[in-house]
Design a protein around this ligand. Structure first.
Ligand code: PLP
Length: 389
């Protein structure tokens, strides 16, 4: 048996719409599904505009460019994230300021970032040109302190919502909003393992019509409409294809079902693992998670290593949670605020298979393997050498 981490769940009109692309000859970026995906995605998360991109990384690159990030700028970003968030900063010649996680959601500690920016302003030091909070693992970040920075210093907020489509806020000034819609721009990903997939793809969202128009312009080689090949800026070939958008539209029709499936799986794991000495990904007091990847902290690093090794040997695709960016070779000398929490999460944190199509039986298989590992770890002080075959 093999239980993958988070495979696509194609159970709707994907084949019908793909067939339509072929039958109508619309397989490139020209074609009706691209615009339809944008309109329906914007409506689904209550954003005014959405611009489809070839990837989530491309969406981040464009969003940061549109808020004016330039070479030499500093951009505050989560230390605990997938590397694409930080690479988008590098593409613009800017430098990341890596911000450690807090323990209520595992997202960047926005209060710590707020206080640091206020301190830098008082000392007339360089301020970030943009704030790029990442909503990791389906968890909404607490953005109130960053909105306060925006208010006070006019620093724009761009949200990396790639892992958290469907998460939202339940308290404060953002109550009732979906993640990705609180900043000036938000970015989503439709990579194969994300909640909603288009095979690959991304989306820039914004309430600002001007920014949406610029996003579309930049993602289509900055070509000026008309017969001439006139381009008024350095643009990018970042537009989504009609084929990918067709899959996206079919997936979007099932957004509620996909979210419900994830919540059901998380509840089932919670129930099955209730008596184990593990700390679950916490539900933050300010919002509702999307339960993208079911993740937990084991008691120490050797136990986490043993759990990963054992589960993977059995065909269960468990994974460590993100390695902090300050440990990645390209970002080892980047500026950072703390980093100890992110390191602890990486050492002890694992994600369990969480695909929307996961069966109850599969959840029980994963849970009982984990239960065996923890029993073995409890019997012997695990040295990291042993393994459960
Ligand atoms: C997946 C992901 C991205 C990148 O999306 P792609 O579509 O793979 O380019 C960006 N940020 C985070 C946090 C992600 O998890």
């Amino acid at each position: 048996m093999r239980i993958p981490l988070c495979p696509p769940h194609l159970g709707g009109n994907e084949a019908v719409y793909l067939q339509e692309c072929v039958a109508t000859n619309f397989v490139s970026s020209v074609g009706p599904f691209v615009g339809r995906f944008e309109r329906e995605f914007a409506a689904a998360i209550a954003s005014r505009h959405a611009v489809a991109c070839a990837s989530g990384t491309a969406a981040l690159h464009i969003a940061l460019k549109l808020v004016g990030v330039r070479p030499g700028d500093l951009v505050a970003v989560s230390d605990f994230t997938f590397i694409a968030s930080v690479n988008a900063i590098s593409y613009l010649g800017a430098e990341p300021l890596l911000v450690d996680s807090e323990r209520l959601s595992w997202n960047l500690d926005t209060q710590q970032l707020h206080d640091e920016v206020v301190r830098r302003a008082a000392r007339r030091e360089q301020l970030p040109a943009a704030l790029l909070p990442v909503h990791v693992l389906g968890q909404p970040a607490d953005l109130e302190p960053l909105l306060a920075l925006h208010e006070r210093f006019d620093i724009p907020v761009v949200e990396d919502a790639a892992e958290s489509l469907g998460a939202g806020w339940t308290g404060g000034s953002l109550s009732g909003r979906w993640v990705g819609t609180a900043g000036r721009l938000g970015a989503f990903s439709f990579n194969g393992n994300k909640l909603l997939t288009a095979g690959g793809g991304g989306m820039v969202v914004t309430d600002d019509e001007q920014l949406a128009r610029q996003a579309k312009h930049l993602t289509t080689q900055a070509r000026v409409p008309g017969l001439d090949y006139l381009h008024d800026a350095v643009g990018y070939n970042y537009r989504l294809t009609n084929v990918a958008a067709a899959i996206g539209v079919a997936q979007l029709e099932r957004l509620d079902a996909l979210l419900t499936a994830k919540r059901r799986i998380a509840a089932l794991y919670d129930e099955t693992l209730v008596d184990l000495p593990v700390a679950r990904l916490p539900v933050p007091p300010w919002g509702t998670p999307a339960k993208w990847l079911y993740s937990l902290l084991l008691q120490d690093e050797p136990t986490a290593q043993l759990a990963l090794r054992t589960l993977i040997e059995r065909g269960i695709e468990a994974r460590p949670v993100w390695m902090p960016m300050h440990l990645q070779p390209p970002y080892r000398s980047s500026e950072r605020l703390g980093g100890e929490v992110a390191e602890d999460l990486h050492r002890r944190g694992i994600s369990l298979p969480s695909g929307a199509g996961l069966t109850e039986e599969e959840v029980r298989v994963v849970a009982s393997s984990l239960r065996e590992v923890l029993a073995a770890a409890a019997r012997s002080a695990v040295g990291g050498g042993s393994s459960l075959g």
